[in-house]
Design a binder for this molecule. Sequence first.
Ligand code: ADP
Ligand code: MG
Length: 747
Amino acid sequence: MTGLEDAVVRPGPLLGQQIGTVLGATTGARLAKLDLHTVGELLRHYPRRYARLGEMTDLASLTPKEHATVMARVAQATVRTTRTGGAMMNVEITDGRSTLGLVFFAKHKGALRFHEGRLKPGVEGLFSGEVGTDKLNGRPQLAHPSYRLFGIDVEDEAAAVEEAKRPIPLYPASAQVPTEQIQKAVGAIFPLLTPADVPDPLPAELLTRRKLPELLGALRRLHQPENDEEIRSAQERLKFEEAFVLQAELARRRSRIAREGAVARPPRDGGIRAAFDERLPFTLTEGQLRVGAELSAELAGERPMQRLLQGEVGSGKTVVALRAMLQVVDAGGQAALLAPTEVLAAQHERTLRRMLGELAEAGMLGGADDATRVTLLTGSQSTAVRRQALAEAASGAAGIVVGTHALLSEHVQFADLGLVVVDEQHRFGVEQRDLLRAKARTTPHLLVMTATPIPRTVAMTVFGDLETSILDQVPAGRAEVVTHVVPAGNDRWMQRTWQRVREEVDKGGRAYVVCARIDPDAKDGADGADGAELVPDEGPAKRPLRAVMEVAEQLAASPELGGLPVGVLHGRMTPEEKERALADFADGTVPVLVSTTVVEVGVDVPDATVMVVLDADRFGVSQLHQLRGRIGRGTRPGVCLLVADAFPGSPADTRLRSLAETRDGFQLAAVDLELRREGDVLGAAQSGGATSLRLLRVTRDADVIEEARIEARSVVRDDPDLDRHPDLRTAIDLLLDGEREEYLDRT
Ligand code: ADP
Ligand code: MG
């Protein structure tokens, strides 16, 4: 029994060992092609679904190029000589509804005898291969599939009957490594495993209380289920584990930072913040005051603030953040404001200066006594400007430093960084937050703001280490925005759309026209897409996406616009060109701006009243909501025209209609969650963590996430460093770096 001997001498848990060492080099090399290297990785390669004998796979749904495993019965098989003198065997298999062709080629008929003897009409089995096309009739077919026949490849009859009753795991596989091989390898591993090999990240007490199977049992049930109930209970437990490990990491992070201690930045009477409040041209909304008080109290404490501010578009998050920053300046510290784009960083700097007026003119003639300075730091500044900015940040002369990713660079130093504000979007991951945090001697307070509301489960998954504040109202007197869906193919409506643009401009408004990409010849999703997070095309053959350059040219010449100046804005312009384009647009010199989604977040031109989005069916809900947030920011009513080709009842149609129905970002976030696929929801939002989510779906598993979070927080509360939960800690480490080598080093 080599397996047992191995078990005695092997160095650590079997999970960390190379598959090749345990199952032989051939199997090891083969599975490596699927990026499965360790036994642990193999066990965590979960079946995608299960097949059942007698319940045939739908052959009609095969798509070319996919690697498919189908369960079917042989209908007929013929062998013949080809024109070139070789031999060819054609087999037709059926699932009772549709048929599929299999084809085998050989030098001579004799070489096909093996298959001929096995693939007799009536036998059933699993057939795997890459779906190709039959050159003669254009139908899908499998060339040289691998197959396993029921009752033939399983030797003893009782076992065959037994097997026939069991769900058959179907793994994510490839042409070279079909699902049967994975199943075989997994089958060879299980007899070698003891519970000690499979440390369980879930505390035993929790398993008992929640009646969940332990890890080894769950994995066995998942890979070798006796029945559907076993699959269900295994998935439930593994799903909970995923949520729990992630939430434990978030809780641990939260608790670690809470223990780090921060410099208290209490508010000061008669300081710059008070002076600013006096200058404010409007009254703060109830929400702004409430959140403001929350932030103020936390900044005054010696625990680092770790807060997420979720806000409706246009709810006035900037001023809330600014007041928090000023409190820190009043207390002698500095604040950094991190924006996702240069356009936005520059706009913030302008807004802050404008709002602060003489309060931002420290050291200058006419500057107020209490004044500070607002400094901009971006990647594209000239060396001289940049050097000046770096000096102001490092000396502390700048109370507020606004910037892009450039702020994260190692050259940037602060005299006394007390608060980091990350504006708009979860595009800054945990690592970036850490980079900024490292620039302060003591942990700075942190405020992260989202561009639009995000669903609760997403917030818990992506920002689970932060406390949440919500700003759900927009300031009173904010203008109405009506939204219409315009059918792209209807010339009369399109004409009307451009006339509407003209009318709005004549009344003193401005119009954005958003396109999905920059150049007509750029491919979807290429860099020409410029930040548009496009939804996959749902329609049948569609016309190509409209592009900024082409649309701008057409509009400039269009009779409907009657010669109105038309500008462009996109990611390939230099920062100066972008600035220029936005400034011309803001002051009305160029009242029509054709752009990519670079205008998506935060751009604030109060006179803008029209937003036309072309190919709107290709944008996601929150991106459209965010785009629409660019209008109706002042007191002028706005109109948003979503130009699209969407079949009634299609997901695109549902998205567009939801947008037309409501401007409530929280409601739209819920719709979005229902419609979007997992990857899109977490997307770049997630750094590290959720990429390893296998079974958990933030779109469906809200309850699981919520309960796991409560359990995880309670474990971390009692054992902040997880000293008493080493297996949980190992699971977290694995989750965080995911690197096989590092895992091996540790075991
Ligand atoms: P967002 O929350 O989308 O980032 P902003 O902070 O850009 O919104 O604010 C949108 C606009 O509303 C800005 O022009 C801002 O000056 C204005 N604003 C903010 N708060 C108020 C308020 N309480 N009353 C009136 N206007 C406000
Ligand atoms: Mg904003």
